[in-house]
Design a protein. Structure first.
Length: 428
């Protein structure tokens, strides 16, 4: 299938609503969505501001279009699986006496970003969507360049950001040394956190690859450049094992869905071979993957998982409440101290979800993900984006709690919302 045919497939979508919006509101949505897309690569506060501004723009656009009272009910019914999951997670644990934390509520409400992004992106004119994609792609390339400098210890210096300590940005995270590789560090790009960079970078690579293959002209060049540079950066610089594996599999899925048929075979095999050979050939990376098979190298994940299992067994129906699960709360006398001190969760997103909102809440979450997967059309470029992002998230969730990081949580919502928008992004 040619790029022109892919773009034609993208056009088989509901008529855009950009013409119905006042020009000032279209500009507002463009700025808000761009801030959202840039913010997930830079800072949680910027991403939150962009998401909130996008949601406000959607509400105002409904008012500007003189939406009827019944339209809100129709929208809720259209997103019923999401509404069911959110309602359970917010209400049931609280009614059981386990009130949520503000952080837990914020991460849950990030899922509302999916319908917000879907509506807002469909409301934008094609040129505005192109501008947003170009700006976000440029920031991603800059983040990859910064990650390369960090990895080789070229920038920043140890004291470069001392005056910025009040921001609480973990600049020190880019100085974690790579074992058996003197002068090499685990890079974090513009997020200054290796896992955030790897997880958000994975989403960026998938979006750049799928949209690059479907677009034409300058946007196609930018998209494929971002995909190639980003894939190498995520694979080599942050030393994030689970993210590397998840991205490789998800990118293969994206290529198969985007290229289709025999055209997908050789690029997919070449990508997988390149990733495996480069991993085995470089000793520090190879040793890090091998270390994952040992209890110490794997971060004692078995011990951490056991605390999550204990939480679920003690609170199977309503959970312990949003944001309330910590390994330290459910350790046993035999649990190692460093596991007790772990600030994260169960190192398995699905187990952590069950611990916080109960087994029924986990089932509603899985039902929502399945419903989202069924809503995507694999024959369309943005459908391929949605499916590949879900694959990336699910594989990543088997070894991490990626939703604990706000940039990833909001970035995933933006990508899945983009896929639901089913709107063409092209250079005319």
């Amino acid at each position: 299938m040619t790029a022109a045919h892919s773009e034609e497939a993208l056009q088989r979508s509901p008529a855009p609503i950009a013409d119905e919006l006042p020009p000032w509101l279209a500009r507002w949505l463009l700025i808000a969505l761009t801030l959202w897309g840039v913010g997930v690569q830079l800072n949680e506060s910027l991403a939150t501001l962009g998401l909130a501004a996008s949601a406000l723009g959607v509400v105002v656009s409904w008012w500007a279009r003189r939406a009827k009272p019944g339209d809100a009910g129709s929208a809720i019914r259209a997103w019923a699986p999401l509404a069911l999951f959110l309602s359970w997670a917010l209400l049931v644990p609280a009614l059981a006496g386990r009130s949520p934390t503000w952080t837990g509520v914020a991460r849950l409400l990030d899922w509302l970003g999916i319908p917000v992004a879907a509506y807002a992106l469909r409301a934008l004119p094609p040129r505005s969507r192109t501008a947003m994609a170009a700006i976000c792609g440029g920031v991603f390339l800059l983040s990859c360049a910064v990650a390369a400098l960090q990895h080789f210890g070229l920038w920043p210096t140890a004291g470069a950001f001392q005056s910025w300590s009040w921001t609480r940005i973990p600049f020190w995270r880019v100085y974690e040394p790579v074992a058996q590789a003197d002068g090499r560090f685990m890079a974090g790009g513009l997020l200054f956190h290796r896992l955030k960079f790897a997880h958000v970078g994975g989403l960026a690579v998938l979006a750049a690859c799928v949209l690059g293959l479907a677009a034409r002209g300058a946007l196609r060049v930018l998209g494929l450049t971002c995909a190639a540079v980003g894939f190498i950066s995520v694979l080599e610089f942050p030393y994030a094992r689970a993210a590397s594996v998840a991205l490789l599999i998800a990118l293969c899925v994206a290529l198969i869905l985007s290229l289709k048929g025999r055209r997908a075979v050789w690029p997919t095999l070449a990508l997988a071979t390149l990733a495996v050979v480069s991993t085995l050939a470089y000793r520090p990376t190879r040793e890090r993957f091998i270390a994952a098979l040992t209890p110490a190298g794997g971060g004692d994940r078995g011990e951490i998982l056991s605390t999550g299992i204990r939480a679920v067994s003690e609170h199977p129906f309503a959970g312990v409440g949003l944001g309330r699960f910590r390994p330290s709360y459910f350790g046993s006398p035999e649990t190692p101290q460093h596991v007790i001190d772990n600030p994260g969760k169960a190192h398995n997103q699905f187990l952590s979800t069950a611990a916080e909102v109960g087994i029924p809440g986990l089932l509603l979450f899985l039902f929502f993900l399945a419903w989202m997967a069924r809503s995507f059309r694999p024959t369309e470029a943005l459908g391929a984006l949605g499916i590949s992002c879900l694959v990336f998230f699910i594989i990543l969730s088997l070894a991490h709690d990626p939703l604990i990081h706000p940039p990833f949580s909001m970035g995933l919502a933006l990508c899945l919302g983009s896929a639901r928008a089913r709107a063409a992004i092209s250079v005319r």
